[in-house]
Structure formats: C-alpha cells, structure tokens
Design a protein around this ligand. Structure first.
Ligand code: FAD
Length: 393
C-alpha cells in the first residue's frame, strides 16, 4: 500500500522527535511523524521532569542547555498546551570537603562562562530545604533551571503539528528505509510506504536499529535509570535537589569516592529528588548499562531509598507508591548527535541525549530545522556532528 509523499519523515515521537517535527513543519516543510507506539511511549515517559544546566559539562553542553531554556520560554507562549514549564532553580548538596571543593571548581567554571550559579553554606541550604540532614556542609544553587512535564510537552508539540497540517502516525513501525542512487527515497512501515526526501532519526535508544537500515553504525547505548514515586503529602522539597555525587555517577571524568554502602556504589546510585505538581515527589536515580530491559530492580530501589533517607531523613516516614525505569540514550562523550549523515544524502540524526533529552529538546528541534533548511545554526554545533565518531576510528 503506497502512502503520501512528504518533504521530511521524522521517526520517533518522544520529546526529541516531536520537537524536531514541530520546528521543521513551522519552517514550511511538509512533515510526517511516525511512531511505533503511542506518542511519548519511549524514554520520554519513563524519566524525571527537569530542564537543567547544572548537570552539564561547562562548554557546548551547558551552552545548548541554556539556549534550550530560552527556547522553552518562547514555546510556553507559542504552543497552546501547557507543559508545566516552571523556572524554580536547582539545589546541589555536598557531604564532604572534597565534594565542596569539586563543586566550587565547577561553579567557578560556569560563572566564568556567564551562568547564574553560586555556592551556598550550611545555613543557606537549610533555609532552602529545611528537611535536609543536619550534617550536610553546603552546596550550590543554579538559578536558571526549570521543571518541564515531558509527557505534556510531547502532546503540546503534536497538537501544534496537527494544526499546522502535519501527519502524525502513532502505532506505525518503521521497518526499512529505501535509498535511490544513494539518497533517501522512502520510509517503509508496517502501514505502507511513505515517500520523502529527508528522514530524521529521532528514535532515542532505538536509533542504532534505524541506522542499520541505511548501513551505518550509530554508537548509542541504553543507560538504565530507576525512579520511585512517593505518596502525596506536604512538600518535602521545593525544586530539584541532587547530591553532588550525581555528577560522579554521570561523568566518569570526576574521580573521587563517596563513603557509601556497597549496594549504593555497585548500583551507581546518586540521590535526586524533585516535587511534582500533584504533590508527590520523584526519587532516584541510578545509571547502568543493562541492555533493553526496563524492569524495576529491588536492589536499586533499596539503594535509592537508603540514599534518599541519608539526605532527607523524613523520607523514612513516607511510602513509595510505584516505581519505573527508563533507558537514557547514552553516547560515550555525553553529547547528543544532531547532524546530517554526509555519506547518505537526506539522512539526519537527532538522538543520543542521554539524561538531558528533556532539557535539550527545545533547542535540538530548532537546530535540526536549521540544518534541514541549510541555514546556520544559532551557534556552532560541530561537536554534535555524527562525523566525530568516524574521525576517532
Ligand atoms: C530515569 C531517567 C530520568 C531522566 N530524567 C531526565 C530529566 O530530568 N531531564 C532530562 O532532560 N532528561 C532526563 N532523562 C533523559 C530523557 O528522558 C531522554 O533523553 C529523552 O526522553 C529521550 O527522548 P527521545 O525522544 O530521544 O527518545 P524516546 O522518548 O525514547 O523516543 C523515541 C521514540 O522512537 C520510537 N521508535 C523506535 N523505533 C521505532 C521504529 N522502528 N518505528 C517507529 N518508531 C520507533 C519509540 O517508540 C520511541 O517512542 C531521563 C531519563 C531516564 C531514564
């Protein structure tokens, strides 16, 4: 069964694919968004809900995070659906002097680049969060950081896409991509063929499978994370709070060892907690390369509960009502791939955002629409090119 022709087919309706499709359609191209399951059925509904700069490396990583926060502010006015964007900052807390020293160096680097972050002493962290454990020694504050509901964000983009006349095809699996004279010619789905000049692969942890359809190896791996949801109650925290050890669990380059129970170390758990608009809170998280398995794990839950109680002893009194896990699309250099693929004209990738996909979705969509249109991107994103992997080989 042959289907319509479009200028661009976008594969995957998570935060990245919906944003990419929206930004491209807005430029006047005809777009078809194809999704295997429901909208937001992948990692974008198995995650936390913040857009931060304070968990990013200084340089291009933070630069795109900040640009995305600015773009979110515009989108809040531009899209008709609310996606719970609230800029309320983020608090990091430290347990030890070595952590305070590492945090100080991080904050100095970010402040030198012009970002609004500052160190806090003991008294100041308790003023922000009265339930914190009394032996913590300080931390830092990142002012621009925000909360975003990723699920609502996907639907906000899809709603706008439909208004702009784009085709949105949930429950449609991409099975193959046909090339003609080496160029993208059509996307083959289980519902039929879609003719197109360009394809953007926004399939998150599944992006490598789409890559294989055109004969390329995309180095993205699923990096699992588990989250616990509390019962409703009085707020324990007022915005995202993270232990500085989170930086260590994310970046191998930060080397110091926490004095923690082996179950926490073995499962690479670091305390992150954030409130929800429904008066629950989300507690996590861990990082593990365990393939495509999103079953919740009892040891990880135990370690997360222990770590949560260490920072917020009041959590001992509060029940967990459910748990879930998701897979971050992990690239070894912690930068996403937002790029054309030079050897296959018409094939593009916007994937590999690891634990930053919500944060970066707004700017990724804008940058990919600029790449498709052959325009200069808002700032230089050579470091996000797919060709960086070829050079290293
Ligand atoms: C525990 C956890 C906490 C996180 N917290 C945060 C956070 O607070 N802030 C933040 O910025 N990021 C966070 N992240 C990361 C963020 O969730 C991801 O980076 C982001 O959701 C990835 O979005 P995506 O659109 O690339 O992928 P996905 O949401 O997975 O979308 C890809 C889509 O492609 C579809 N697809 C795959 N194959 C095919 C096919 N053959 N045909 C058609 N469709 C296909 C899938 O069904 C899927 O819906 C977290 C992740 C985890 C796991």
């Amino acid at each position: 069964m042959a289907m319509n022709n479009y200028d661009v087919v976008v594969i995957g309706a998570g935060v990245i694919g919906t944003s990419v499709a929206y930004h491209i359609q807005k430029k006047g191209y005809s777009v078809c968004l194809v999704e295997n399951g429901d909208v937001a059925s992948g990692t974008s509904s198995h995650c936390d809900a913040v857009a931060l700069i304070c968990d990013k490396d200084p340089g291009i990583d933070t630069k795109q995070g900040y640009a995305s926060l600015l773009r979110f502010k515009e989108l809040r006015e531009e899209l008709s659906y609310d996606f719970d964007f609230v800029q309320r900052g983020c608090l990091y807390v430290c347990e030890s002097e070595p952590e305070m020293e590492a945090a100080k160096q991080y904050v100095e680097a970010q402040v030198a680049d012009g970002y609004d972050m500052w160190m806090l002493d003991r008294k100041e962290i308790f003023e922000k969060e009265p339930y914190l454990a009394r032996d913590l020694i300080g931390g830092f504050w990142s002012d621009p950081d925000a909360g975003v509901n990723p699920y609502k964000l996907c639907f906000a983009f899809v709603n706008e896409l439909k208004k702009l006349g784009a085709a949105v095809m949930p429950h449609t699996e991409v099975l193959d991509i046909r090339l003609k004279d080496g160029r993208v010619d059509a996307v083959i789905t289980d519902q039929g063929e879609i003719g197109c000049e360009k394809v953007v692969n926004c399939a998150g942890v599944w992006a490598p499978f789409i890559g294989r359809m055109v004969g390329i190896d995309i180095p993205i791996q699923p990096r699992k994370g588990c989250i616990m949801i509390s019962e409703r109650g009085n707020p324990v925290v007022h915005q995202k709070v993270q232990e500085f050890g989170y930086m260590m669990s994310k970046f191998d380059s930060i080397s110091y060892t926490r004095n923690v129970d082996p179950i926490i170390e073995e499962n690479n758990v670091a305390m992150v907690i954030e409130p929800t608009p429904a008066d629950n809170f989300m507690l996590g998280s861990n990082r593990a390369l365990k393939g495509y398995n999103i079953a919740s794990e009892i040891d990880v839950m135990k370690a997360e509960a222990m770590r949560g109680i260490r920072f917020f002893p009041i959590l001992k009194e509060i029940n967990c009502i459910r748990t879930y896990a998701g897979m971050r699309p992990f690239v070894v250099d912690h930068l996403p791939i937002v790029s054309e693929v030079e050897e296959i004209p018409g094939f593009y990738i916007a994937a590999g955002h690891e634990g930053d996909g919500i944060s970066l979705s707004a700017i990724t969509g804008k940058m990919m629409s600029q790449i498709i249109a052959g325009e200069e991107t808002d700032f230089n994103i050579d470091q996000l090119k797919f060709s960086r992997f070829r050079k290293k080989a």
